[in-house]
Design a protein around this ligand. Structure first.
Ligand code: SF4
Length: 156
């Protein structure tokens, strides 16, 4: 019983540490990228939550995708995801990545109607484009999810 309690506590500490050091890789193909850059910048200072932009998939825990995903690009996106080390997470930002948005199936045959057709998405950030506050809310929701909290979305 004590051993189980110890392992459970270690697991909680590890999950807390992981949630506080989300290093992310971002793939952007649309105007949502500007809002993500704004969120990273000094005004919103995303790094104070331990979330830092990386250039190498092997150093990243989180893959962020924004903008429309073309059917040609989807296999490369999957390849990028596969090259990340576990545990890893995926965040979809904006209507285009979430569902095809303005380039949905009724408009374009060449765009994937949602990132979930390609990768297992952990968090969706709605909007066209989402404001930096919404993107930060997405990060906080993912941190909650990694820590195992039941509340998936913050209202504050
Ligand atoms: S969701 Fe809107 S803002 Fe974002 S990439 Fe699509 S059209 Fe641009």
């Amino acid at each position: 019983m004590t051993g189980g309690l110890y392992l459970s506590t270690v697991g909680r500490v590890l999950n807390w540490a992981r949630s506080q050091s989300l290093w992310f890789l971002s793939v952007n193909s649309g105007c949502c990228a500007d809002e993500l850059l704004n969120t990273i910048g000094c005004r919103y200072d995303l790094e104070r939550y331990g979330c830092a932009l990386q250039a190498d998939p092997k150093q990243s825990d989180l893959l962020i995708v924004s903008g429309p995903i073309s059917r040609k690009a989807a296999p490369y996106l999957k390849q990028l995801y596969d090259s990340m080390l576990a545990p890893k997470h995926v965040m979809s930002i904006g209507a285009c990545a979430n569902s095809g948005g303005a380039f949905g199936p009724e408009v374009s045959y060449s765009v994937v109607p949602g990132l979930n057709q390609v990768l297992p998405v952990d968090v969706y950030v709605p909007g066209c484009p989402p404001r930096p506050e919404a993107i930060m809310n997405g990060f906080l929701a993912l941190q909650d999810k990694i820590r195992g909290n039941k509340r998936a979305l913050r209202q504050d």
